[in-house]
Design a protein around this ligand. Structure first.
Ligand code: TRP
Ligand code: SF4
Length: 372
């Protein structure tokens, strides 16, 4: 079998998600859908549509939840650029679990931004607060039920974990997970393990089961974290985390969506006119001419605009199906379709940007920003 490695720092384009089941032991999410139903928990939009496609130990997490034990959801964001529709996807999952009663932990991965992405400290701190925390508040994370922190200024035993983890892994194990590795990446990976595991410590609330919703590219970090948790046995009891994996939205140019290539996405604080231009010039699954499209139909499965619909813009399944059918049947042309999509984006952004205005100040007041 050829070697398969996910690179969490390279943002891989994952072509074949089913390989992840065989190679890494991620379980198909649909296995747990039934259990959720029997517990009376409604799946999120992303679960229902198969965008959340895989999990580890989500069934045990549900058992904990069922028994009424304290559960938490935790994720981290690298403050290297603006908050865009890709981040919104993760943000919405946090809101979903918050509404189910989970405590939310959000780590601003400023150590990783510095060590791996070479972002200036001042900039990372500003982006962490004004982009990530402010946007997450604006989409509905309740600051009373969420703990926001920066990796470099987290107080307490969090840092002890990072230091102790260093002795639990060899460099060849590291290399087999990550390939080529630098000291910056080692520290970032151990820090991420502490992000994921520290909510279990009593001093942070003693949440014995922690769920991590991430893009599939982050799974190497989860494998490392699970191993470290096992290896700390006898020193401190840490349970391997549960995780769920979502597919990554396609960028507007058909490639990867990334804040380092602003033309591939729409930022949530973007002037509407800029957002409109980008969206209207997106690649589509359309044909070369209108005539051809009427005759052959479009290809929504290849279309970044349709990704916006499935992932976020159209919540009503019937309505989504209708757009799909009209596209496939050549009844809907891309110009009209994009105009419809942008009117949905506009409606969302106008309201969101009003909220964002108000949440910026709150954001600064609820997090301890690093001193340097
Ligand atoms: N490495 C993650 C990314 O590139 C960010 C991150 C830091 C994270 N700590 C985390 C994700 C903890 C999940 C859990 O996006
Ligand atoms: Fe994409 Fe819409 Fe064009 Fe279909 S009609 S290919 S969904 S832009």
């Amino acid at each position: 079998m050829p070697e398969v490695r996910l690179d969490p720092w390279g943002r891989p384009d994952i072509k074949d998600y089913s390989r992840l089941y065989e190679v890494f032991g991620i379980r198909p999410f649909r296995e747990v859908a039934e259990k959720m139903k029997s517990m009376g928990i409604e799946q999120s939009l992303l679960m229902r549509r198969g965008i959340v496609f895989g999990h580890r130990d989500f069934d045990s997490l549900l058992d904990f939840y069922k028994r009424g034990e304290k559960v938490a959801v935790m994720t981290g964001f690298v403050p290297s650029g603006g908050f865009h529709f890709g981040h919104l996807l993760t943000g919405k999952q946090l809101v979903y679990f918050q509404n189910l009663g989970f405590k939310v932990f959000v780590g601003i991965a400023d150590a990783e931004a510095y060590a791996v992405r070479h972002i200036k400290r001042k900039e990372a701190i500003r982006i962490g607060v004004e982009e990530y925390i402010a946007n997450l508040l604006a989409i509905g994370l309740d600051e009373r039920k969420t703990e926001f922190y920066f990796q470099t200024s987290r107080k307490g035993s969090y840092h002890s974990l990072i230091q102790l983890f260093g002795s639990k892994i060899t460099s060849s194990e590291f290399e087999s997970i990550y390939g080529e590795i630098t000291p910056g990446k080692i520290v970032s990976a151990l820090t991420q393990a502490a992000d994921i595991l520290h909510p279990q410590l009593d001093e942070y609330g003693g949440y014995k089961m922690v769920l991590v919703p991430v893009g599939a590219d982050q799974d190497p970090h989860l494998r490392l974290t699970r191993d470290l948790a096992e290896r700390m046995k006898g020193e401190v009891e840490l349970r391997p985390p549960s995780s769920i994996y979502h597919r990554l939205m396609r960028g507007l140019d058909g490639g990867k969506m990334s804040s380092s290539r602003p033309e591939t996405t729409i930022f949530l604080n973007e002037p509407l006119e800029v957002a409109r231009k980008k969206f209207m010039s997106s690649l589509t699954g359309g044909r070369n001419t209108a005539e051809e499209q009427r005759r052959l139909g479009g290809e929504p499965e290849k279309c970044p605009v349709f990704d916006f619909y499935i992932y976020q813009l159209i919540e009503d399944d019937n309505k989504l199906n209708d757009v799909y059918k009209r596209c496939k049947g050549g009844k809907l042309l891309c110009g009209e379709c994009k105009a419809m999509g942008f009117s949905m984006i506009r409606e969302f952004l106008e309201e969101h940007q009003r909220k964002l205005e108000a949440s910026r100040e709150v954001a600064w007041s609820i997090v301890e920003a690093p001193k340097f």
